[in-house]
Design a protein around this ligand. Sequence first.
Ligand SMILES: Nc1ncnc2c1ncn2[C@@H]1O[C@H](COP(=O)(O)OP(=O)(O)OP(=O)(O)O)[C@@H](O)[C@H]1O
Ligand SMILES: [Mg+2]
Length: 294
Amino acid sequence: MKHLHPKTEEFINSSTDSERINHLRKPRWIGYTGAKKVHNKLDELRNYPTNLRMPNLLLVGDSNNGKTAMLNRFAMMNPSFVEEETQELFLPVLMIQAPPEPDEKRFYNTILDSLHSPYKISEKAELRQQRVIHLLQKLKVKLLIIDEIHHLLAGTMSKQRLFLNVIKYLSNELKISLVCAGTREAFNAIQTDPQLANRFEPRVLSKWRNDEEYLRLLTSFERILPLKKPSYLIESSISSIILSKSEGLLGEVSKILELSAILAIESGVETISKNIIENIDYTPPSDRKKMIFR
Ligand SMILES: Nc1ncnc2c1ncn2[C@@H]1O[C@H](COP(=O)(O)OP(=O)(O)OP(=O)(O)O)[C@@H](O)[C@H]1O
Ligand SMILES: [Mg+2]
């Protein structure tokens, strides 16, 4: 089975059909070039020497195109650790989700919750802020990642501004780099504050196009999908149908391949063909919207 990664081949040889299907339903990670570039950038920010004006990153991209997966992976690769000599606990990277609306207290709560640090409902915002700053300093957090930053758009303009000021204050006080991720609307929100706009370098995670990078992605998928026969996903008849159905979104490409591989196992054909893709129970994202608004 030359089309497979050796580990995938080993897995096929030791698994039943239902084990293979179960495996296909689990999350997968493919290290595509765009993800590697962002990873390198995050590494650079984590190692950045402390400075009065720390560089920040704003990762923007369409929904379901891999932002959270990428950041989660980076956070997982930078776990907390105890330094042997001092027995001190370090947390180089802290990742949180912006609260569903731009609310200062809830923002601090999210950070305190993620550090398992209790707080009283009556505790004032200033006190909470001081505790957050103290904790992050103590843990020597180098990078604070705030995902779903577009949630800040759920509030009024004045609440949005207040929240942006909170972010700015944290970054100034702690002198750490911030990484915010969200949809394109988040970019517009940050642009409303010229100081923040200056400090956030935008990185766009574009939709996939029919280019070499996309074909490389399909090749990587083919190597880890546990199918006994090659599918030749990069052949233009197959690659173009996956791209058009997925509308260029990584989550959709992954879903189409997952469903196709499952059908290929269930039907016994063991390969993803145009026919298999046409027969999976899958609706492209924009048709889903049409179904709801019809
Ligand atoms: N590196 C990867 N390899 C394989 N599949 C991936 C990868 N990254 C993401 N995916 C797939 O894409 C899906 C969507 O990814 P993710 O949740 O990171 O998107 P997102 O950009 O954060 O979307 P949203 O803006 O809606 O939060 C994942 O559930 C996973 O199936
Ligand atoms: Mg996300």
